[in-house]
Design a protein around this ligand. Structure first.
Ligand SMILES: [Zn+2]
Ligand SMILES: [Zn+2]
Length: 332
């Protein structure tokens, strides 16, 4: 089969013929229909991960996968269209038992520790991780990671809250739409004029373009306004700096992006205003099922931008140079 193989840090992926995945008893073979390109893939390609993630080479990346089932399982049948819930946990630890395999110490992710979706076929070790879906696979693909992460980061935010979203990537764009469907006031903050315009079109109440630093530009534009939640979909030194000062009493900073930023925490401000800080990684399988329903109700668009597998390095360059408004989706 054709696949885009990650061979060396910092180098383009190599499109080549590789052996088809061989499945054993209990495993499912998927014909890949579409796989989203995530900033996480770029972090792997450029060797950015500082903690917890170790990627072997050669590896087929691509963790946001929609496929067609090629062999009957117990719950899925040949021909079913499925999204991959891409956190394969040990099923024994406390995180797995609570339904949060993404935090399992032995978690496996297709496209990170095992071969993923930038190929014609992918092997799935457990059908428990497949969620049946219907519709256009290109539009479905971003739900499997960007959409799920967006949903888990905002699902419990109450109607009437005032929320700032930092960053204008696909996760932020989908989160915005979920918040708008719940009547939440939103301010989006980013550096890219075109992406901010798109977010206004998607219903953002206010867009703030960053020219200097996130905190300076945000604080100068909002005056005395404070947020119940600030959700950082970037996670850089720049987005995190001084951000806690813009939270209202009992407000929460949610960190989703993984650009490796660090920041100092004004301890007394935290205590006196009762602030919280929380990280969000991916979501649960139940979240993915709930998200699919929101998608079927047409409350969100996934903003897929399709590329062919042989164009994947162009997609990577376009993502790097901020030319993609929405989610690049790779079609084998
Ligand atoms: Zn991802
Ligand atoms: Zn586990």
């Amino acid at each position: 089969m054709k696949a885009a193989v990650f061979k060396e840090i910092g180098k383009p992926l190599v499109i080549e013929d590789v052996k088809d995945p061989q499945i054993n008893q209990g495993e499912i073979l998927l014909k890949v229909l579409a796989t989203g390109l995530c900033h996480g893939d770029l972090h792997i390609i450029f060797g950015d991960w500082q903690t917890d993630i170790d990627v072997r080479t050669p590896m087929i990346l691509g963790h946001e996968i929609v496929g067609e089932v090629m062999n009957d399982g117990k719950k899925v049948k040949k021909g079913d269209i499925v999204l991959v819930y891409n956190a394969f946990g040990c099923n024994k630890c406390k995180y797995c038992k609570k339904g949060y395999p993404q935090y399992c110490e032995n978690v496996k992710i297709l496209g990170v520790q095992e071969n993923g979706g930038f190929a014609e076929y992918v092997k799935v070790s457990s059908e428990e991780n497949l969620v049946k879906a219907h519709g256009n696979p290109i539009e479905l693909a971003p739900l499997a990671d960007a959409g799920l992460t967006a949903y888990s980061s905002v699902k419990d935010i109450e109607e009437g809250s005032n929320v700032a979203l930092l960053g204008t990537g696909a996760v932020s764009m989908i989160a915005l739409q979920i918040l708008k469907s719940k009547n939440v006031r939103t301010t989006v903050v980013g550096r890219n004029y075109f992406k901010l315009s798109k977010m206004l079109e998607l219903g953002a109440d206010k867009a703030i373009i960053v020219k200097n630093s996130y905190s300076d530009d945000l604080s100068s534009k909002i005056g005395r306004e404070k947020f119940d939640y600030i959700i950082d979909y970037v996670g850089s030194n720049d987005t995190l700096k001084d951000v806690l000062w813009m939270l209202d009493r009992m407000g929460e900073l949610r960190i989703v992006g993984e650009f490796g930023g660090e920041f100092t925490v004004p301890e007394q401000l935290m205590v006196l205003r009762g602030l919280g800080i929380r990280g969000f990684l991916y979501g649960t399988k139940k979240d993915l099922e709930e998200l699919l329903n929101i998608f079927y109700e047409k409350k969100i668009k996934t903003l897929a931008v399709p590329y062919k597998l042989y164009e994947i390095n162009n997609a990577i360059n376009d993502l790097l140079s901020e030319r993609i408004i929405g989610r690049a989706v790779i079609i084998p």
